[in-house]
Design a protein around this ligand. Structure first.
Ligand code: BGC
Length: 722
């Protein structure tokens, strides 16, 4: 009897679990039947109306059948302001929301749980604003420091991207809203993004550029994907047979919607046959709107009527859109309400900034500054006082509020400390150093007990002119990696006046600091840290928060030393870019070719110290392994350490990177406390993509497993024989 009961409850559990996952997945029998019934009732014109845009952010519905329009909104780090059905700004609407830190900051937390929290804020606010799809996350690989959109993306490392993206997607989609992973694929430069043809090896595609997207589909269950503007091996990516039909929908079995980037479709037959489901974009020409002239509009109706295009292709696209609509309660069940600008959402923005800001250098323990020792603090730099929410292009956010670094310091110090602010430089294209402003900054620093300078890159924030003065922005790449606006001269002068000045870099990634790095003692990477960024920076500078962020990309010393520039091409020649560096992107290049970076991938300091001990490896069946390592906080304050586990094949049969990140874990420790971190490896952790076999291969033999605090700071090594 007992046995029977046990069997019954196990069976029940299996059924409940199956039903639950069926409800969460895009495809289930009941929904497919409902979709089939709807398709039967629809005219050809109604179907075609659903597969192209009908305003700047919507695509068509079928009101008579209760099918609504699909409403999308940027973007990766907040719900964009309202543009109505065109591109204007709409007065008197509630569209100032939570402005989260940008993609780099999120990735720098190395905390997938924060990825989930981040996504949940977006999903909830999108729902409140009546959106169905949030156009994020952006996960293109950071191939070159110059890409204008690096700030929106996450990392140079496909494993880190894969881990962070899954949390983000689930966070959004658990709110009943679709995420849209973008831009699929190989969109790694902006300057000629609409036309450039990207040529890379199959191995680079599989090992570097696709894993994030694959994880989004197979592990994240993402509902929608955005095809990119560029060409891939001669054919536009959005309508690319190999990328979309063969890999995304074929190999990975994607059952959701791939929409085009705005205006990224170029050919009706290619898009229809190769799998593009939805053509998005702006109206063509001046009003009246001509969305019916899109590639996937009237032409499709004509082709189907003439028997040149099978209706089944249209039906499949409509079916996919309807699947997403059912899953996100656009049809059928009612949606739960969303929430806007809650304290919790703002706290998530703060938390991500606190965990994502990276302490790059801290000689002589200059940081944290001690409030009690300071009567006057000099704050230097235009970036101290610059809001960033509206910068960068389509990811712009109208923020409910934005705490700039200067405001954050004021909040922290109140009236107890006198803040002496000097702008130091002017943000304007081709602006050179200004002797008078430098003198004002030097004077401020000389009279103060401590000094902080905020410098680095900028975003434009004028909506009508978002590229103006913007180095981190859509549609443009940086001309070089040099500090703009004469900042080098300013920083050198300030460091001369007070060598203990804390330098805070803002922006979407590496910048050349070689002119003064040896003169400086303390450097922080502040990214674009969102609406609470100023508070997070102040807390880190004054030690209320112990930094735990780690670089998600290598900071090279010189641009020429980074692989796309040294071994490859950027941005290409005559409209074609060859990724000659292949799989040697980021630290895979620096560590293999022994090029000393300015700051290594995975680097990030803390106000405490950590000791790694007792590393062990347990081999499991099926080329799996469990790695354990004990981490002890050996300092005086609480802090968090990210244990990074790299795999290095001992005698590879093919060329392989010196080491590759294959697992990581973040652990929070009180002073003196120890915790064991358990990391899992599987066959994919040891594999490379074999172009001949067209398969992933894990050679038999010895592999070294390297546990460390960055790719260049390995603390413990064990090996395993496969
Ligand atoms: C961008 C996308 C964005 C879309 C809609 C395009 O220009 O590349 O990332 O989602 O516009 O604003």
């Amino acid at each position: 009897m007992k046995r029977l009961l046990l069997c019954f409850s196990v069976c029940l559990l299996i059924i409940v679990h199956a039903n639950k996952s069926e409800a969460q997945s895009l495809v289930n029998k009941a929904t497919e039947a409902k979709i089939t019934a709807l398709l039967k009732k629809m005219t050809l014109e109604e179907k075609v109306n659903m597969i192209h845009a009908n305003s700047s952010f919507t695509s068509g519905g079928v009101p008579r059948l209760g099918i609504p329009e699909l409403t999308t909104s940027d973007g990766p780090h907040g719900v964009r302001l309202e543009h109505g059905r065109g591109w204007g700004t709409i007065p008197n609407v509630e569209d100032a929301g939570t402005y989260l830190p940008t993609g780099n900051t999120l990735a720098a937390t190395w905390n997938p749980a924060l990825g989930y929290a981040f996504g949940a804020v977006l999903g909830s606010e999108a729902k409140y604003r009546g959106k169905d799809v949030i156009l994020g996350p952006g996960i293109n690989i950071i191939r070159s420091p110059l890409n204008g959109r690096n700030f929106e993306y996450q990392s140079e490392d496909p494993y880190l991207v894969s881990k962070m993206v899954v949390g983000y997607i689930k966070g959004v989609q658990d709110q009943g809203i679709s995420a849209c992973v973008k831009h699929y694929a190989a969109n790694n430069e902006e300057v000629d993004r609409g036309t450039v043809d990207v040529i890379m090896s199959e191995r680079a595609l599989r090992e570097i550029y696709l894993p994030g997207f694959k994880a989004a589909v197979t592990l994240g269950g993402v509902n929608t994907i955005m095809g990119s503007y560029n060409k891939f091996r001669g054919q536009y990516a959005t309508e690319n047979k190999y990328l979309v039909k063969d890999i995304l929908k074929g190999e990975w079995g994607f059952k959701g919607v791939i929409m085009s980037d705005w205006g990224a479709v170029h050919n009706t037959m290619e898009a229809m046959e190769n799998g593009t489901d939805l053509e998005m974009g702006s109206d063509i020409g001046t009003p009246p709107l001509k969305f019916n002239k899109f590639y996937m509009a009237d032409t499709v109706v004509t082709l189907v009527k003439n028997g040149k295009l099978p209706i089944a292709l249209v039906d499949d696209k409509v079916r996919r859109i309807l699947r997403v609509m059912f899953k996100t309660h656009m049809i059928g069940d009612k949606r739960t309400p969303g929430a806007y600008n809650t304290k919790e959402h703002q706290q998530t923005a703060l938390k991500v900034a606190e965990e994502g800001i990276v302490l790059l250098k801290n000689d002589d323990h200059i940081l944290p500054l001690q409030k009690a020792n300071i009567k006057t603090l000099a704050v230097i730099g235009a970036n101290a006082d610059r809001p960033n929410a509206m910068g960068g292009g389509s990811s712009q956010i109208k923020a409910k509020y934005e705490i700039t670094p200067l405001q954050g310091l004021k909040n922290m110090l109140g009236n107890s400390v006198n803040i002496n602010y000097a702008q130091g430089y002017t943000i304007a294209r081709n602006q050179q150093a200004d002797a008078q402003m430098i003198q004002q900054a030097v004077d401020a620093v000389s009279k103060a007990d401590a000094a902080v300078i905020f410098c680095g890159w900028t975003h434009g924030y004028d909506y009508n002119n978002w590229n103006d003065n913007a180095y981190d922005a859509e549609g443009v790449d940086k001309p070089n990696m040099n500090m703009p606006f004469g900042q080098d001269e300013l920083i050198k002068a300030v460091l001369k006046a007070n060598p203990k000045t804390v330098v805070v870099l803002m922006g979407g990634g590496p910048i050349d600091i070689t002119q003064w790095v040896d003169q400086s003692k303390a450097i922080i990477e502040g990214w674009y840290p969102g609406m609470e960024g100023g508070n997070a920076l102040a807390k880190i500078i004054f030690g209320e928060v112990n930094p735990s962020g780690k670089l998600p990309m290598t900071f090279p010393k010189k641009l020429e030393e980074s692989p796309a520039h040294k071994l490859g091409e950027f941005p290409g020649v005559n409209g074609t870019v060859h990724y000659n560096e292949g799989i040697f992107v980021g630290y895979r290049y620096f560590d293999t070719y022994k090029v000393e970076p300015q700051f290594a991938f995975g680097h990030g300091l803390s106000y405490t110290t950590f000791k790694y001990d007792n590393m062990s490896v347990q081999k499991m069946p099926g080329k799996q392994a469990i790695v354990k390592v004990t981490v002890k906080n050996t300092g005086k304050v609480a802090g968090a350490e990210v244990v990074e586990l790299y795999v290095k094949q001992d005698k590879p049969s093919v060329e392989r990177p010196d080491k590759e990140l294959k697992a990581f874990g973040k652990v929070f420790l009180k002073p003196g406390e120890s915790k064991q971190v358990t990391l899992k490896l599987d066959a994919s952790s040891f594999s490379y993509y074999d172009e001949q076999k067209k398969a992933w291969v894990a050679d038999a033999g010895k592999y070294n497993l390297l546990a460390g605090s960055s790719s260049r700071d390995i603390r413990s090594v064990k090996s395993i024989i496969l």
